[in-house]
Write a protein that binds this ligand. Structure first.
Ligand code: AMP
Ligand code: FE
Ligand code: FE
Ligand code: ZN
Length: 299
């Protein structure tokens, strides 16, 4: 294989983190592609939670529109803290720039979706135990192949139990809420290895949500790097310009590839726009994607 190959992504800006209604976004895959095209993006990665079906459904439209489409996914992982006494959830993005992941990987995804379904049943029970009339079926009716907490949030809002998405997450669905249910997950280190083994590029999503002090954050990312981590999401709708600069520097220091995206969910997250994030805080150069592409060719 030659040392360098021409990148298919060209110049301009890309968005490497977006959801369709195959997971918890509100736009169909075709609508997302049309929006990316209208937003003049040079490429788009579809990164639904636990499923490639949004990416696969978007492919024909993207081909017709001449929009390079990247196969991505957002995975749930578990991070043990306090010396293993407790754990929290960390999101890992995975990008497959060259072909499909192995059957082993897609079989594992099936198990992950099963864990999600179990979590959804337990979440409904937890809400019912607190006197709320919310069922799994009602949440599922608001999603498509995959039901997530945002679908529960919708039911809670529609039934008057919560005033908004933020309210629903703060009081019932978020990690600090009394009815929070953590699904079964592999550890972040394990999922990083699984993604690498399947030929993907693992990237820590929205590192701001790790909620760590600078030293602890650096140590943890160094550990993930040793486990095979390749990239760090430096642009994200929840990253202020200061945080973006911080993560850019950290990525350079730790020899991680910088990536970025809006984490667009359509009207589920109304303040977030495809390509530009919240108040224009996301602007991801196509060169980021070129470096990822070169990594899968040479790395
Ligand atoms: P799940 O994959 O079902 O555990 O749901 C996670 C999704 O819920 C995230 O990807 C976001 O789309 C959404 N989410 C998580 N925390 C919040 C929050 N505090 N406010 C609004 N949406 C959230
Ligand atoms: Fe989501
Ligand atoms: Fe996420
Ligand atoms: Zn996301």
């Amino acid at each position: 294989m030659p040392e360098t190959l021409d990148s298919p992504y060209g110049t301009g800006f890309v968005d490497l983190h977006a959801h369709t209604n195959e997971s918890d976004g509100s736009l169909t895959p075709a609508e997302l592609v049309a929006l990316a095209k209208n937003s003049d993006l040079a490429a788009l990665a579809v990164t639904d939670h636990d499923t490639f079906s949004g990416y696969e459904k978007a492919l024909p439209q993207a081909k017709a529109a001449g929009l390079p489409l990247v196969r991505g996914i957002e995975l749930n992982t578990r991070l043990y803290v306090n010396g293993g006494r407790s754990h929290r959830s960390v999101h890992l993005l995975a990008y497959f720039l060259h072909g499909e992941p192995s059957h082993q990987f897609t079989d594992w995804l099936n198990e992950e979706r099963e864990h999600r379904r179990l979590r959804n049943r337990l979440l409904a029970e937890a809400l019912q135990a607190r006197g709320m009339h919310v069922t799994v079926e009602e949440a599922e009716a608001r999603g498509r192949v995959l039901t997530g907490r945002p679908h529960f949030a919708r039911v809670l809002i529609e039934k008057g139990y919560a005033a908004s998405f933020e309210d629903a997450f703060r009081r019932f669905l978020g990690e600090d809420a009394p009815t929070y249910v953590q699904r079964k997950s592999k550890t972040t280190d394990e999922v990083i290895a699984i993604v690498r083994h399947a030929g993907g590029i693992p990237v820590i999503a929205h590192p701001v949500r790790l909620g760590l002090q600078r030293d602890a954050e650096r140590d943890l990312l160094l550990r993930f790097k040793q486990a095979g981590l390749v990239g760090l999401e430096i642009y994200h709708s929840e990253h202020t310009p200061e945080l973006q600069a911080h993560y850019r520097q950290l990525a350079a220091e730790l020899d991680l590839l910088p990536t970025g995206g809006s984490d667009f969910h359509g009207n589920i997250k109304p303040g977030v726009r495809l390509g530009t994030g919240a108040d224009g805080n996301v602007r991801v150069p196509a060169s980021f994607l070129d470096r990822m592409w070169a990594f899968t060719n040479n790395g």
